[in-house]
Write a protein that binds this ligand. Structure first.
Ligand code: ZN
Length: 284
């Protein structure tokens, strides 16, 4: 696996049984030739410091045994500069083809990514939009199977809502979500103990489901965004797709990197725990 951390990209792999030295090679879309960035003896993990990776592009790593080209492991991560500001845009309640596709293409055109908290019972109807969002590097997360307000249900129903939604996404993208957003942000102690994933809330509420007005969404984002915030929107309304066309280039012009929730929390050193609530990834 590979993940971000405050100090660098953490690579982990399965060790060979005998003692070996592992070589860590790196390349990126900006510097396409493999270059060795480190080596480590008899270990299954290596942290590649951020000064050895390229920001704003995809970075690839391979781990091989010293003096051979036998590759034991390869992975890729998005290059994010931990010293620069970043935000996580989130879109709930989709997918919904006409809106989701437009948002994904705006993100892509600006080198941005977002997190889509999808409703499980919608994903089969909008399979291609989900795949498209996932393939563009966005994070697909869990917003329950039927958009149930979880505080109205018991543990068994809550867990089945989460598991069914995860399975529906996994069937399409091959990857099960690792984050949950409770519909309505409604969480109580039953929900916290039933949900075996981190519960992600938000710190900027655009309220666009209420206003349905692109201009007001843009103005909320412009006046409330700060480094590390998690912005809540919904990929159900044309007005949100329109607002996204303004928000994303604006955030970029302000120097914000638009990253997924998982990337934000890893880089800012938040150790995400099951059943715990998170509102933002502010610097600690
Ligand atoms: Zn919702």
């Amino acid at each position: 696996t590979s993940k971000h951390s405050p100090n660098g990209v953490v690579l982990s792999w399965g060790k060979y049984t005998n003692k070996h030295t592992y070589i860590i090679d790196h390349r990126s879309t900006a510097s396409p030739a493999w270059k060795t960035v480190g080596e480590i003896y008899d270990n299954g993990t290596y942290t590649c410091p951020y000064n050895k990776i390229d920001f704003g592009v995809v970075n690839y790593f391979r781990i091989r045994l010293k003096n051979t080209n036998l590759v034991s492991y390869s992975t890729s991560v998005n290059g994010i500069d931990p010293t620069k500001p970043m935000v996580a845009l989130t879109y709930d309640d989709g997918p919904f083809t006409s809106v989701t596709d437009s948002i994904v293409s705006t993100l892509k055109a600006n080198g941005a990514r977002a997190t889509f908290f999808v409703v499980g019972n919608r994903v089969n109807s909008y399979k291609n939009s989900l795949k498209n969002a996932f393939n563009a590097g966005n994070e697909i997360a869990n917003h329950t199977y039927s958009h149930y307000i979880l505080t109205n249900y018991n543990t068994k129903t809550i867990q089945s809502q989460i598991n069914q939604a995860n399975q529906a996404v996994k069937n399409i993208t091959g990857k099960a979500p690792t984050l949950v957003r409770a519909p309505g942000g409604s969480i109580n102690s039953t929900v916290k103990s039933a949900v075996k994933y981190p519960l992600i809330q938000w710190s900027v509420d655009t309220m666009e489901w209420k206003s349905r007005n692109a201009k007001s969404v843009v103005s909320v984002v412009k006046s409330n965004t700060k480094d590390g915030c998690i912005i809540s929107m919904h990929d159900l309304y044309e007005s949100t797709a329109e607002a996204t066309k303004t928000i994303v280039p604006w955030l970029k012009s302000q120097g914000y990197q638009m990253v997924t929730v998982t990337e934000l929390m890893q880089i800012r050193g938040y150790d995400l725990k099951a059943g715990e609530i998170y509102y933002s990834g502010y610097r600690k």
